[in-house]
Every structure is written in structure tokens, then in C-alpha cells.
Design a protein around this ligand. Structure first.
Ligand code: ZN
Length: 320
């Protein structure tokens, strides 16, 4: 297997990444370029694990680029809102994953132009493979597909003893990277707190828009809904089961991520307990989590370093 991607022009790749960045609205509290960079870094951290040794350099490259591109042009709304308000974006894609289809179209459109289009320099089969990965993984980030995807993935992992279809695994990886916030740390300045605050701000803004359009209020978007309940629900029923399944894949070690998830869940449980019975002091849980502070700080450091490493990784694909 070749260790680099023949004919890849890194200058054009840089231009493309910059074009993507400039099409993420900075006015979105959550779905902005920093979220895209975070998902790209999470993807890169996955690809350093043993399971990825069967992936070609082009496949790894396509996955990191798909992560950078996966929410490009996001308008801060969700598919449900776009469909209910008959937004032109929903009409354009006949109510089928309108946001994800739009992100894919824009990601492809931004590839046009001689200073940006690194793809046209590649071999035809590499061009096709890149486009196929981009399409499958970006469309696969629609959260409405989560439970059917998880069911299929769990069945595949169990049936084939941790060996799964590579293309489907790629789709699951981008979805997992996209919802990886609770795998990072909340307390002690961890990045999950920043993501949590910004996603809640975007939810509340969407709740306000629902009211403005006279739509029935979505419970999740109401300021009256306690954040601890939102996060416990999302992490327990959505994120944790997916990472448990990923941990069953041969060569994928999810131990650290699951430990962070559990630590965050314990934190939210303490917040919930304090909110429901303000005078109850949950000293036992505090002590338990206190013991883990050192390791959690170390993990936070690793994540903060991934920015440079991701760039270095892209560079090695060119230099071999
Ligand atoms: Zn996203």
C-alpha cells in the first residue's frame, strides 16, 4: 500500500480548507468552523488507532476532509425546522436530509476552481473514491439516521467478531466524531463545556425562531429544560451506545472515551441531584471524580495538541 497520495498538491488542499472555513458562518454559536476543526481532530485521533491500518492514505485523507466539510454552510437551524417552514433548502432536496445534502453540494462546489481543485490532479479511481467517501460520510451525519445506523452497526460487530464493512465503518466514524463532545472533558476547563454552552445557545435561538413562526415548541430548545437533563439524555441514549459499539471493533480502543463519558455523566448527575434537592451534598461522587482529575487533565492536553498533529498528518500524505 502506498504511504502517500500521488500528485496531491498541498497548496490546493490548503486553499480548499480555507474556502471551507470561510463558508462556516461565524455567527452560529455551535455550527461554525471551530466545530468543523474539532470534528476533523476527533477523526484524526480515531485514524491513529490500529483498526485504521487497513485504510489507504487516500481514505484517511478523505475522512479528515469530509470532517472539515461536513457542516459547511450550516444555517444554525435543523432539518425539522427547515421542513416545517418549507424553507427553499428543504424544497430543493425534497425534505430528504436537506442540511446534509446542502453541505455535500457546497463542499463539492467549493472544490471547483484551478487554485483549489486538488482532486483533478489525482488518478481517476482516486477521484471517484474521494467523492464516494465524501458523499456517504457527510450524508451519514444526519442524526435522524442514528438509531437505524447504530442497530445495523451493532449487529455487524457482533456477527463478524469486531470486523466490519470498511465503508460503513467510515460513515459511523464521521457520525461518531460529530457527536464526540461528551467524550471530551467538561470540568477543569475541558472542551466539552465550551461545546455544551454553544450548542445550548444555538438550541435556544432555534426555540425562539419556532415561537416566531408559530410552530409547536420543541422541548429540547426551551430555556426551561434543565441542561443536565438534555446532556444526560443525549450522552446516555445517543453517544455512549455508539462508542460502546465502536469499542467492539477490532483495533479500536474506546476505553478513554468511555471513561470521559462516564465522568461527564457523573458530573451531570451531581448537577441534577443538587438542582432537585439543593441541600443534599453528594460528597461520595465528588471524591470519586476527584481521583480521576489527573488523567482527565492529561486527556484534555492530548486533544488540544491535535490541531498541529492533524496538519502534520495531512502534510505526510503529500511527502510520503
Ligand atoms: Zn457537525
Amino acid at each position: 500500500m502506498s504511504e502517500s497520495i500521488p500528485k496531491l498538491d498541498m497548496r490546493k488542499v490548503h486553499n480548499y480548507v480555507r474556502a471551507l472555513e470561510s463558508h462556516y458562518p461565524s455567527t452560529n454559536p455551535f455550527h461554525n468552523a471551530i466545530h468543523a476543526a474539532d470534528v476533523g481532530q476527533s477523526m484524526y485521533s480515531f485514524l491513529r488507532q490500529d483498526f485504521a491500518s487497513s485504510f489507504t492514505p487516500l481514505e484517511k485523507f478523505a475522512l479528515v476532509l469530509a470532517a472539515f466539510a461536513h457542516d459547511v454552510g450550516h444555517n444554525g437551524k435543523n432539518n425539522d425546522f427547515l421542513i416545517k417552514t418549507q424553507d427553499p433548502m428543504a424544497t430543493r432536496f425534497e425534505d430528504q436530509s436537506p442540511l446534509e445534502n446542502y453541505h455535500l453540494c457546497l463542499a463539492r462546489k467549493l472544490l471547483e476552481g484551478s487554485e483549489v481543485n486538488f482532486l483533478c490532479d489525482l488518478e481517476p479511481h482516486d477521484q471517484e473514491r474521494f467523492q464516494a467517501i465524501l458523499e456517504k460520510t457527510i450524508l451519514g451525519t444526519d442524526n435522524a439516521l442514528h438509531f437505524s445506523k447504530l442497530k445495523r452497526f451493532k449487529a455487524m460487530v457482533e456477527e463478524h467478531d469486531g470486523v466490519v464493512d470498511k465503508d460503513f465503518l467510515m460513515e459511523v466514524l464521521l457520525h461518531a466524531a460529530d457527536i464526540s463532545n461528551p467524550c471530551k472533558l467538561y470540568e477543569h476547563g475541558g472542551p466539552y463545556k465550551v461545546w455544551c454552552d454553544s450548542v445550548m445557545a444555538e438550541f435556544y435561538a432555534l426555540g425562539d425562531l419556532e415561537r416566531k413562526h408559530g410552530l409547536p415548541p420543541t422541548e429540547l430548545f426551551q430555556r426551561s429544560k434543565p441542561v443536565d437533563e438534555v446532556q444526560i439524555g443525549f450522552t446516555s441514549f445517543f453517544v455512549r451506545p455508539l462508542y460502546e459499539a465502536l469499542g467492539q471493533v477490532k483495533g479500536f480502543d474506546a476505553t478513554g472515551m468511555l471513561a470521559n463519558i462516564d465522568c461527564n455523566l457523573a458530573y451531570w448527575q451531581r448537577v441534577k441531584t443538587a438542582r432537585e434537592s439543593p441541600r443534599v451534598e453528594s460528597s461520595q461522587t465528588v471524591t470519586e471524580c476527584g481521583k480521576r482529575t489527573k488523567r482527565r487533565r492529561r486527556n484534555a492536553m492530548v486533544f488540544s495538541m491535535l490541531g498541529k498533529e492533524t496538519v502534520d498528518f495531512l502534510q505526510t500524505l503529500v511527502e510520503g
